[in-house]
Ligand binder design. Sequence first.
Ligand SMILES: [Zn+2]
Ligand SMILES: [Zn+2]
Length: 107
Amino acid sequence: MAERTLTCRDCGNSFVFTEGEQEFFTMKGFSEPSRCPDCRAAHKRQRQGRDNREMSSPPRDRGTQESRGDRQLYEVECSECGTLTQVPFKPRGHSPVYCRTCFNNRR
Ligand SMILES: [Zn+2]
Ligand SMILES: [Zn+2]
C-alpha cells in the first residue's frame, strides 16, 4: 500500500490518506474517508454524543470486579476442634491451623 491523496468533499482540499490510516480503515471495514481530517473532526463534533464510536478506544476489561480483592481462602480443618474453617494462606502440613474460635481461645 502507498499513501494516497484524496479530495475532501466538504471543503475541496486535498489530504493525505496515509498507509497507516488505510490499514486502519481496512481493518475496521470502513470505506475510505471522503473528508479531510479537519472536516471529519468538525463533523464529528457536530454529532457528538450520538455516534462517536468511530475513533473511541476499545472497551475496558470487564470482570475485574468479580473477585473482591485477590485473597484466596483455603478450607482447612481446625487442628483443635476439627471444624472446617477458611484461612487466607495455604496451610502447610506440619503447622497447626485453628478456626477463629480456637485461635481466639488460645490467646
Ligand atoms: Zn475538508
Ligand atoms: Zn477450632
